[in-house]
Design a binder for this molecule. Sequence first.
Ligand code: HEM
Length: 410
Amino acid sequence: MSEFVDLGVSVFDADFTLNPYAYLQDLYDRKDVLGFHSDGMNFLFRFDQGRAVIFNKHCVRAMGNNEQLARLEADYAQRYPNRAWHFHHSYTHGEPDLKFKAAIGRFVADVASQASFAEVEPVFARLSAGGRLDNYIDEISRLPMRVFLETCKLPYSEDELEELHGAGCAFLKSLENFYDEALIADCDAGLARIRRYMEDQFGAIHPESPLNPLIEAGRSIGMSDEQLIANIGGMFLTSISNTVGISSAFILRSLLRDPGSLATLREQPDLVRPHLAGNEHVIMELLRRDNHVKALTRQFEEPMELDGFTIGKGEVVCLYFPGINMDPVRWRDPLALDFSRRFTGENNIIFGGSFYTCIGRRLTMAFLGNIVEGFTRHLPEGARVVEEELEVDGSWMAERIITRLPLELG
Ligand code: HEM
């Protein structure tokens, strides 16, 4: 469709990934342009469009919704049974149970309020120590999983932590990459590992684990242990690794590129303290400026009118989240960090919206609140990202892009 103009660069290009606004800024004003086209995909990148699509119940995740994908999925289901098992039992598969969804919300709130972030202190000590840190990602990436397992009182060895982290990464990496069978095979192996871990733990969950009320809620609506294992492992152990830790790297980069904002947070540390009202706006602003979520697909089950264009039934379009979050129509001076911005259910889709809203939001706030507060105390004056050595994973689109973030810490 011609209303999707050629972006002129691959969406997998490192510079586009790290500086997308430079490529999009002239497109925002063009009324003749609905979106952009790159690597064989069409992308919507404006806020109003993204929100309209997210809240349109006829726009569903593009998975097995066209004939080619449906055939592929049927074939994968035969050959990758752990992946099929996971999707079959997922509470979002078909009609989600709202009671279970509410119990998930309570569970996440419990984990967020009970979590201890003592394990983050060595990362802060490393930042304070100065010198050169070759890769911040190595320091941070396993931490969210560690905090989650500790809080849920799930025992683990260091090897298991490593394996579960790898399994989560493999799952997310395969999410929007249906045609790359190597990723699907890795995802299947990862889900088998998560399933084995959860099956081993399930009979002996610590009586004070916040998992117990979630399990009880599931059982009360008739969920089997198998379903509970699939959902707990499939929702949390898959998503905890590759989300908040990586987003903290994007946030660190944004703060180090804007010393004035870091100074503001140093002067007013309460702004980011997780337990104080109002801190969500600051974390939301940091996530708006940049985070790990890049592009998610939707298939249109019905035609949809958008800004005078029609997207036809059956078409698949990606929502390009960095473009949506930095739409200058929605946010004046979108590249600037501005802690006076206020976020409501209507003015952003940073955590999605409607049917697929993120379940991890409160966990994210607790984790990032702690991390950012630690940044303000421990980052030496003059610290900088070694931008020219920064590395991104270019092979997949949906999430997690920075793989190496070198720091000069003075
Ligand atoms: C920086 C932090 C995070 C951001 C910006 C974020 C963003 C999002 C977005 C935009 C969606 C909607 C996807 C769609 O519409 O297709 C989503 C869904 C989801 N997120 Fe997050 N997320 C974050 C952290 C987390 C964490 C920490 C977890 C779990 C521990 C998590 C688990 C999930 C799950 C399971 C879904 C799918 C929900 C469903 O299908 O109903 N997220 N997230």
